[in-house]
Design a protein around this ligand. Structure first.
Ligand SMILES: NC(=O)c1ccc[n+]([C@@H]2O[C@H](COP(=O)([O-])OP(=O)(O)OC[C@H]3O[C@@H](n4cnc5c(N)ncnc54)[C@H](O)[C@@H]3O)[C@@H](O)[C@H]2O)c1
Length: 325
């Protein structure tokens, strides 16, 4: 990638987007962030407000004009804006659809018309749906288990059609349970790691849905940032217009996760070691096990994860301890 390229990061005020803003600014690029603060926060990007290489556009991807303005003069798009969370999509499928599908299409059209060089977007492991096979390999998917999963799969279909029809370069990154600094521990749809960290720090019992033997390929944010960088910079034609699992490639059960969290948090507060876990009913739309094969990313993007789950968790816990206390 050329130095000083202009990168539009949609959803740049969110968890993953703000980490991408940080990385690409540090690499000497111009960063434009488009966000409507639906779930993202000004605090996640406030440190860049005075940076001459950073520009914030407060706007909505459901609005075509906002998308058009945001892509003006842009070389690359990292499209992260979406409404995450399976339960949110079950409660309100219409809004999830409007943002994640209509908003995605608006961004694709705007990027096509502006002639951006590459469109890299946040896809999701939820696209594997009810497929039982493990590890998950990119071309073996099942039926979606939630409205959210439908939207993320439709993103892939549209990106593929735009590559074939308009000659756009698109790459989808199927993120697997990403965690790390700035992931929001608050709200009804908080992800499991920040939610459990917050509970444990308050000496309250985290509630595991089900018996805790469900497993996930928890992926530290630095690995995700690396995949975005590799997706933007690959020059091998065989590596574009496709999707990649974006993960570490190891699975951890919810019971193990809580064990690690207690271990790392009790370094700061020994009382946390004694906090008991509670179990609740299983959650609709949840898949039992998730584990990525990262062979394709290794082969075509030369991806080597930087942090394993436990190394990442230690970093994340340290960050939460310093910022939530
Ligand atoms: N975190 C994960 O584990 C995970 C896993 C798979 C896929 N993803 C995908 O990665 C992307 C980023 O997720 P995240 O975890 O950082 O979530 P996040 O909620 O922190 O970030 C999403 C950002 O998009 C913004 N946004 C939402 N609706 C918008 C709209 N209409 N217009 C403009 N901006 C809007 C939000 O304000 C927020 O800043 C999403 O597309 C999500 O579906 C995340």
């Amino acid at each position: 990638m050329e130095k000083g390229a202009t990168i539009l990061i949609t959803g740049g005020a969110g968890f993953i987007g703000s980490n991408l803003c940080e990385y690409f600014l540090n690499e000497g690029h111009q960063v434009i962030c488009l966000d409507n603060f639906a779930t993202g926060k000004p605090d996640n990007i406030r440190m860049y407000f005075d940076n001459p290489h950073f520009r914030l556009i407060v706007g909505d991807i459901r609005n075509e004009e906002d998308c058009r303005k945001a892509v003006e003069g842009v070389d690359y798009v990292l499209h992260e804006a979406a409404l995450g969370s399976v339960p949110r999509s079950i409660k309100d499928p219409v809004t999830t659809n409007a943002v994640n599908i209509a908003g995605f299409l608006n961004m694709l059209v705007a990027a096509r018309d502006a002639g951006v060089k590459r469109f890299v977007y946040a896809a999701s492991s939820s696209t594997y749906g009810d497929s039982q096979s493990l590890p998950k390999v990119e071309d073996v998917i099942g039926k979606p288990l939630s409205p959210y999963a439908v939207t993320k799969y439709v993103n892939e279909l549209y990106a593929d059609v735009f590559s074939r029809t308009y000659g756009m370069e698109c790459i989808g990154l199927r993120y697997f349970n990403v965690f790390g600094r700035r992931q929001d521990p608050n709200g009804a749809y908080a992800a499991v790691i920040p939610l459990f960290v917050k509970k444990l720090m308050q000496h309250e019992s985290p509630v595991i849905n089900g018996d805790g033997e469900y497993s996930r390929d928890f992926t530290y944010i630095e690995n995700v940032v690396l995949m975005n960088k590799l997706a933007l910079s690959t020059t091998d034609k065989a590596s574009v217009n496709t999707v990649y699992n974006t993960a570490f490639g190891e699975r951890t059960t919810l019971n193990q996760l809580v064990g690690y969290l207690k271990e790392y948090l009790s370094i700061y507060d020994p009382k946390i070691a004694g906090v008991e876990v509670k179990h609740g009913p299983e959650r609709l739309g949840d898949i039992p096990h998730s584990l990525a094969s990262i062979d394709k990313a290794r082969r075509l993007l030369k991806y080597e994860p930087l942090y394993n789950m436990r190394e990442g968790l230690r970093e994340a816990v340290k960050w939460y301890w310093e910022h939530l206390k």
